[in-house]
Design a protein around this ligand. Structure first.
Ligand code: ADP
Ligand code: TRP
Length: 319
C-alpha cells in the first residue's frame, strides 16, 4: 500500500495540519510506503511572490522533517520537481466535466471570500488528481476539508479509465474521525487564512498569546461545564494522555476548573508535546543543505514512478 499526500507551502504549520494530516503521514510511513510532497504549484493560487514562496517551501520541508517524516522510510519532494504531473493534468482535464469542478466547495468558498476566480483556482482539483494518480496511491491522509477533492480524483480516474482503458488505481481518503476537523481559537475550523490558528513552531510569547485568545463563554470557575462544548478542552484533548484528559473533563463537569487554568494547562501541554520536534527543527534549520538534499533525492525517486504512469496515460490516449 502506498500513502500519498501534499501540503501547500502557504504559511507556518498549525495544530490542525498536524492532527488532521501530518501525524497520519508519520504513522503511515511505519507500515506503508509514504510519498509526501510540498504542493508549491497549488500555492500559486494564493502566493504571488517568488522569494516568499521559496522561503515557505524550505520552511515547510524543515517542519515536516522535524515533525517526523523520515527520509529513510518516506519520499519527500517538491511538486514542481516532477513536471510529469502538470502534463498529466492536461490529459485529465480533457475528461473532467466542468460541473464536477463547479461543485467543489473549496472553490466556491474562496470565490465567496472575494478571491478572484482564475483558471488555476478552478482547475486546482485536476492538478490534485494528477498528484494522486501519477504515483498509483492507495491512501490519501488528509483532513475532512480535502475529502471532496479525493472523491473528485476518483471520479476523474473512473472517467479516464472508462474512456481510454484502465490506467489509474482508485485512491481512498484516509481521515481519522476524531481529528477530521480541528477547531481554531474562535471555534471555527482552524485555518491559516482565518487568523484562528495555533502555530506549532511559534515563539513562546506568541504561542501563549494564541492560546490565551481561545474563545470561551463567561462561566465562572465553580459553575459546572460541558467539556465537549469548550474550545479549550477540545484542543487539550488532542494532546493529553487518556487519564489526564478524563481527569480534566471530570473537573469541568464538577465546576472545579476555570478557563484561565484550562488555558495554562493547554499551553504547558502543547509546549511539552512539541519540545523534541522544536529541538529537531532548530538543528535542521541550521543545515538547509541537508533539507535540500532530502528533497532532491525524493524527487528522483518520485519522478521515476511518475514517468512510468505518464507514459501509460499518454499511450492510452494515443500520444
Ligand atoms: P489551511 O486550511 O490552514 O490552509 P491546508 O489547506 O494547507 O491548511 O491543509 C493541509 C492539510 O492539513 C490538509 O490535509 C488539510 O485537510 C489538513 N487540515 C488543515 N486544517 C485542518 C483542520 N483545522 N483540522 C484538520 N485537518 C486540517
Ligand atoms: N489541496 C491540498 C490542501 O489544500 C493539498 C494537496 C495538493 C494535496 N495535492 C494533494 C493533498 C494531493 C492530498 C493529495 O491541503
Amino acid at each position: 500500500m502506498r500513502a500519498l499526500s501534499g501540503i501547500q507551502p502557504s504559511g507556518a504549520v498549525h495544530i490542525g495540519n498536524y492532527f488532521g494530516a501530518i501525524k497520519q503521514y508519520v504513522a503511515l510511513q511505519q507500515e506503508h510506503e509514504g510519498f509526501y510532497f510540498i504542493a508549491n504549484y497549488h500555492a500559486l493560487t494564493s502566493i504571488r511572490d517568488a522569494a516568499t514562496l521559496r522561503r515557505y517551501c524550505l520552511d515547510l520541508a524543515t517542519d515536516l522533517l522535524a515533525l517526523g517524516i523520515d527520509p529513510d522510510r518516506a519520499t519527500l519532494f517538491m511538486q514542481s520537481d516532477i513536471p510529469e504531473v502538470t502534463e498529466l493534468t492536461w490529459l485529465l482535464s480533457a475528461v473532467t466535466p466542468m460541473g464536477l469542478l463547479e461543485r467543489c466547495v473549496a472553490y466556491k468558498e474562496k470565490v465567496a471570500e472575494g478571491i478572484p476566480a482564475d483558471h488555476g483556482l478552478f482547475a486546482y482539483p485536476v492538478l490534485q488528481a494528477a498528484d494522486i494518480l501519477i504515483y498509483n496511491s492507495d491512501l490519501v491522509p488528509v483532513g475532512q476539508d480535502q475529502k471532496q477533492h479525493v472523491e473528485v480524483t476518483r471520479d476523474i480516474a473512473t472517467k479516464f479509465n472508462s474512456t481510454f482503458g484502465e490506467v489509474f488505481k482508485l485512491p481512498e481518503a484516509h481521515i481519522l474521525a476524531d481529528v477530521a476537523v480541528v477547531n481554531g481559537t474562535d471555534g471555527r475550523k482552524m485555518s491559516k487564512s482565518y487568523g484562528n490558528a495555533i502555530l506549532i513552531f511559534e515563539e513562546p510569547d506568541e504561542l501563549k498569546r494564541q492560546v490565551m485568545s481561545v474563545k470561551t463563554d463567561s462561566r465562572r470557575v465553580e459553575e459546572p461545564k460541558d467539556p465537549e462544548s469548550c474550545n479549550v478542552y477540545n484542543l487539550y484533548k488532542l494532546f493529553a494522555a487518556d487519564e489526564d484528559r478524563e481527569a480534566v473533563a471530570e473537573r469541568y463537569r464538577k465546576g472545579d476548573i476555570g478557563y484561565a487554568e484550562a488555558k495554562q494547562k493547554l499551553l504547558a501541554t502543547i509546549i511539552e508535546y512539541f519540545a523534541p520536534q522544536r529541538q529537531r527543527r532548530a538543528e535542521l534549520e541550521a543545515d538547509p543543505d541537508y533539507v535540500r538534499d532530502v528533497l532532491k533525492a525524493g524527487a528522483e525517486k518520485a519522478r521515476a514512478e511518475a514517468r512510468e504512469t505518464l507514459d501509460r496515460a499518454r499511450s492510452a490516449v494515443g500520444a
